[in-house]
Ligand binder design. Structure first.
Ligand SMILES: Nc1nc2c([nH]c(=O)n2[C@@H]2O[C@H](COP(=O)(O)OP(=O)(O)OP(=O)(O)O)[C@@H](O)[C@H]2O)c(=O)[nH]1
Ligand SMILES: [Mg+2]
Length: 134
């Protein structure tokens, strides 16, 4: 089965809330809430892919030394195997703006389960609660 590598990020604000974004209509898993990020292109470093996606999707500029690895998701979807490292980022340049998603929301980690997320994302919630204290 095809392995798809996706780089994703939990942006964390001063109140220890995490940014989630609602996937656009017409895309796979439309309407579900996800961590910003996207597919790593051929020959691209995952960190570069993430920095690129954060700029495309949210308009922010992130430096690589402001990305810390937190966990990863591995999930078997019907047509592909997803492998998705999740970085955490507390510092960036620019204001977060909604460019490609239906909506953006800052939520405390222990409230993430109130928002329907892709099935791959569930195991990423406990490490966020551990790190950020719920
Ligand atoms: N960004 C992101 N993708 C996720 C998450 N969870 C999850 O299963 N995925 C899956 O990972 C894949 C990457 O999705 P994506 O739509 O963000 O990719 P992309 O930004 O490169 O968009 P594009 O392929 O339309 O250009 C999708 O199949 C998506 O369903 C998540 O939390 N964040
Ligand atoms: Mg994306």
């Amino acid at each position: 089965m095809k392995l798809v590598l996706v780089a994703a990020c939990a942006l964390v604000d001063a109140d220890r809330r995490v940014l989630i974004a609602q996937r656009p209509e017409g895309k796979q898993l439309a309407g579900l809430w996800e961590f910003p990020g996207g597919k790593v292109e051929a020959g691209e470093r995952p960190e570069d892919a993430l920095i690129r996606e954060l700029h495309e999707e949210l308009g922010i500029t992130v430096k690589e030394n402001c990305l810390a690895p937190l966990s990863f998701a591995s999930h078997t979807y019907e047509t592909f195997q997803l492998l998705m490292p999740l970085w955490i980022c507390k510092r960036w340049e620019g204001l977060v703006i909604q460019k490609e998603h239906q909506a953006l929301k800052w939520v405390r980690p222990n409230k993430l389960r109130d928002y329907p997320m892709p099935p791959a994302d569930e195991p990423l919630i406990p490490p966020l609660i551990d790190l950020l204290g719920g």
